[in-house]
Design a binder for this molecule. Sequence first.
Ligand code: PEP
Length: 263
Amino acid sequence: MKRKPVVAGNWKMNLLAREVAAYAEALAAAGPATTVDIVLFPTPVYLDGAARAMPTWVSVGAQDVHAEEKGAYTGDVAAAQARDAGATWALAGHSERRQCHGESSAEVARKAERALAAGMTPVVCVGETIEQREQGETEAVLDDQLAPALAVLDTADAGAGAGAGAVLAYEPVWAIGTGLSASPEVAAAVHSHLRGALNAHRAGLGDAARILYGGSVGAENCRDLLSRPDIDGFLIGGASLDPASFLRIIRLSAGSGSGAAAP
Ligand code: PEP
């Protein structure tokens, strides 16, 4: 089954307002991407500005939303607020949130549910540490991380949220920001496992879900990764900070897809 690729950029705690504006101008000048879904995840204070500035073919997403609907959570952002500011996608469970903020997989699933209920497409992130991989625990760790989120991914597949379907990101912790990308073989094996787990939850869910790879993706390795049938796109950190480098990955990814217009 051919699924439309997603090329997503996670800016984390980088870029200032003027750089976000210049980035949007660079994308607009490059022209529309039609064969891939493009999503950018700015720092929360710039969600609104980014959503207004980006060309219509670029979606904007929240890097995180709170698991509760609203309330006394100083410094946090509610899903409805992110949606109100223009976000149509939301990350849930990026490893930096799991590690720096102690987010459990159950909490990550609740965040994804909030995002979906607020009208956004959640991207549920899973990934093992290098120690877990070396101990042969990768699949068990990923299964544990995925289990609480299966129901929300199933609901997303039914067309809830922003209607972009079920989206999962495999991001091995050891590959994030290290320059040590998983090889296409390693990534493809994990994606195939995750797709199987989704299909075991409900037949067809795994076939429909888009599973992104994240971890030191750049222009040099994106084509090879995307050529694997179970890899449906990317969640990109460092290489998404510069619009020229992000556009290069979009072009290469669009060229690996159905062959229609690329920016
Ligand atoms: C990320 O943080 O999601 C990520 C994949 O970062 P990088 O591309 O820099 O490895």
